[in-house]
Design a protein. Sequence first.
Length: 128
Amino acid sequence: MKLLFSLIIALLVNLCLAKASIDKRLEKLYMKLSECSYTVTSGYRTKKHNKKVGGAPNSYHLYDRARDITSTKKCREDLGKAALQEGLTVIYYNKHIHVDDREEAKCLIKVKNGFRDCNNLMLRTRLE
Ligand SMILES: [Zn+2]
């Protein structure tokens, strides 16, 4: 009976860890980067609000799986690197970074005509 109880607890703990929300995953990173302070400027969006702010039609904000975060340039870059290492997708904008938990993580930089892939760039800085 005691063993069964332990197994059930272990199963529940695993389920919780597997389904860690984007906020839980980000909180871990905020704690690591304690010298920085971060402000989440966009989280869950309704379809109507997403349209209003010019979000992508299939934005991860619609599913509560994305956050837009501001801070100083250095702190944004540090969070971006940490988020990529955590397996999250990061999109670098001029004044904020977008982080989401899509299945296949990406690193993108917003440029004039779209997005530039920065996976190789990040891999290089990780190895340095
Ligand atoms: Zn966003």
